[in-house]
Design a protein around this ligand. Structure first.
Ligand code: SF4
Ligand code: SF4
Length: 78
């Protein structure tokens, strides 16, 4: 694994985390509507179209599965 997740708060039982590719994201916010834990909000800036709150995210992978642009990838949590 090359992507670092050590700075992200741990959650018991979570093994994977969603990672956003801002180049691919078109800010359709489908992931925001379908996240079962309401962990996704709209970002403030163009470079940051959505925000994922890793204090809430349970790593279920729904956002990665439904994203029409494949802009979210699930990565193994360290
Ligand atoms: S569903 Fe995909 S393209 Fe749409 S806002 Fe979420 S990450 Fe971006
Ligand atoms: S992995 Fe699941 S809980 Fe986390 S942001 Fe995506 S849909 Fe929400």
């Amino acid at each position: 694994m090359t992507e670092r997740t050590k700075h992200i708060p741990k959650m018991e039982g979570r093994t994977h985390l969603p990672r956003l590719d801002t180049e691919k994201c078109v800010a359709c916010v489908l992931c925001q509507y379908l996240c079962p834990d309401l962990a996704i909000t709209r970002g403030e800036e163009k470079e940051n179209p959505i925000e994922i709150d890793y204090n809430i995210c349970r790593g279920c992978g729904v956002c990665a599965f439904i994203c029409p642009k494949e802009a979210i990838k699930m990565i193994v949590e360290e």
